[in-house]
Design a protein. Structure first.
Length: 497
């Protein structure tokens, strides 16, 4: 059925171009009428001028942000303002003020949710990368101080799953370190196998001075102090540099009555180390406390002979680390020695941190979803006003044979168009700002945020989730106005005409 007669009825006093009539005549009936209700005709010159100004502002902002090394804050601001202004004037040029306000509410909500989800995902990804950079994927420990059968445990781990690609023994103890008379700090020292450390850990990728390979250096008359590698923030705190000597104070391993100072002094010992490397992971927790020494040096320091504290593994798929840890734990639990073993994956070791990030992300999604839901109230208002304004036209369509379902679908299409346009524009603005923010490398205080720059990580799944949430809310918001239009009878619509 041709739409031209209906458009002629609804186009009195409106110079709708003939080419638009021909384009609409090839569309489904409901879509044609919906577009006719949305489209207000040619925009005025002022709106076109405003659109041109904001498009130029967007181009200027993008140029400034992309051309500047490390991004530009002003470029990001100009781009954001320019894109929002461009959307505003483009909508005003095509649609009515009511429709524009409805779309803008959706645009702001979608853009905000896209940007916030990218930042929270960036924090999760950054924390995961930092944790995995200095920690293994799976850790095996016996439930007492140390054990010597670590080589057998390594063989069991290798045989447990094909995705275990590297293993090494380690010792991890909290101690104190001093340099000179005025610099003291509590530290966590990790003893690692210098021959295998690069296959399990990524410390070599984080070195800013010296080399982690120096841990392989033998202690002799020429080099009496064992080598040690420490974090950059810790080095700054100790006012230390490559080649300096630091003293590690070893606490007593057994329990000693702290009131007996003579016993404590006798039990406590210290040893000098030479700084041969400084690393920077970007994770404050590690950079200000962590130090590495060779496993053999640590064993001599603690007088542990051939004992270690645990075995750490690297797997090819970090997402399967929990499954592999559970599999190894089940194998060790069946050993005949009766000893209890603890096998944990990287996520379990940092459970509180990742749980807090996940909870924060869920809370933000809920809040931003509510913002989008509030924005759709503008859509409900606009559609309700449209139904009231088009009462006579709806009555004419009903009298010419249109069904109630068909009338309802018209306003459903209108609502989905508003939601769709808002979603597309919002995602475009949000993704553009995400890209520019990732280039800008906004600096953060690592003492507060644990990492040193704002992370941005765009997930295709989350982008799709934002779009789906918005369209579902838009579809729900159209129910009341479309039902109101569908229930309108021809007699009621023409009663006062």
């Amino acid at each position: 059925m041709s739409i031209a007669p209906f458009l002629c009825v609804f186009s009195v006093g409106d110079a709708t171009p003939l080419r638009l009539l021909r384009l609409l005549d090839s569309m489904p009936f409901e879509t044609k009428i919906a577009w006719r209700y949305l489209y207000r005709g040619e925009g005025d010159r002022g709106q076109l001028i405003g659109l041109s100004i904001f498009v130029l502002m967007t181009v200027l902002g993008l140029t400034l942000a992309l051309a500047t090394d490390g991004g530009s804050g002003w470029g990001i601001i100009l781009t954001g303002v320019g894109m929002m202004g461009s959307v505003l004037f483009a909508l005003l040029w095509l649609f009515s003020v009511f429709t524009t306000v409805s779309v803008l509410g959706v645009v702001l909500g979608v853009a905000a949710m896209t940007l916030v989800l990218a930042v929270t995902s960036g924090f999760q990804q950054q924390f995961q990368d930092k944790v995995l950079g200095v920690n293994a994927h799976v850790i095996i420990m016996k439930n007492h101080q140390g054990f010597s059968e670590y080589r057998e445990i390594e063989k069991i781990a290798w045989a447990a799953d094909d995705e275990v690609i590297a293993a090494q023994p380690f010792i991890f103890v909290e101690m104190q370190v001093t340099r000179g008379m005025g610099y003291l700090s509590g530290v966590a020292i990790k003893g690692i196998d210098p021959e295998r450390m690069n296959t399990v850990l990524d410390v070599h990728k984080q070195m800013v001075e010296g080399s982690v390979e120096t841990l392989k250096r033998k202690v002799d008359e020429a080099n009496p102090a064992p080598p040690i590698v420490l974090g950059q923030v810790l080095a700054e705190k100790l006012k230390a540099k490559i080649g300096d000597i630091v003293t590690v104070v070893v606490p007593p391993i057994r329990n000693i009555d702290t009131s007996d100072w003579a016993a404590m002094a006798e039990a406590t010992q210290s040893i000098d180390f030479e700084i041969t490397g400084i690393f920077y992971s970007g994770f404050a927790e590690y950079d200000q406390r962590l130090m590495y020494i060779s496993l053999t040096a640590f064993q001599k320091l603690l007088d542990w002979d051939d004992k270690v504290m645990g075995v750490e593994l690297k797997v090819s798929d970090v997402d399967r680390a929990d499954e592999i840890a559970e599999k190894i734990g089940n194998i060790l639990s069946r050993r005949s020695d009766g000893m209890a073993w603890t096998v944990q994956d990287w996520h379990a070791l940092n459970k509180n941190l990742f749980a807090a990030l996940t909870l924060q992300k869920i809370a933000l999604v809920i809040v931003l979803t509510l913002i989008i839901a509030v924005a759709t109230f503008n859509m409900v208002s606009a559609l309700t006003m449209m139904v009231i304004d088009k009462t006579r036209e709806i009555a004419i369509m009903r009298s010419m044979g249109s069904t109630s379902a068909g009338i309802g679908r018209i306003f459903q299409v209108v609502g989905l168009c508003i939601g769709g346009v808002g979603t597309i524009c919002g995602l475009t603005i949000g993704l553009t700002l995400c890209k520019l923010l990732s280039l800008y490398n906004y600096r953060l205080d690592p003492k507060v945020y644990l990492i040193d720059q704002l992370p941005v990580s765009v997930s295709p799944f989350e982008v799709m989730l934002v779009g789906v949430i918005t369209m579902v809310i838009s579809a729900v918001a159209t129910w009341f106005p479309s039902r109101k239009a569908a229930d309108l009878t021809p007699v009621e619509g023409l009663r006062y005409d």
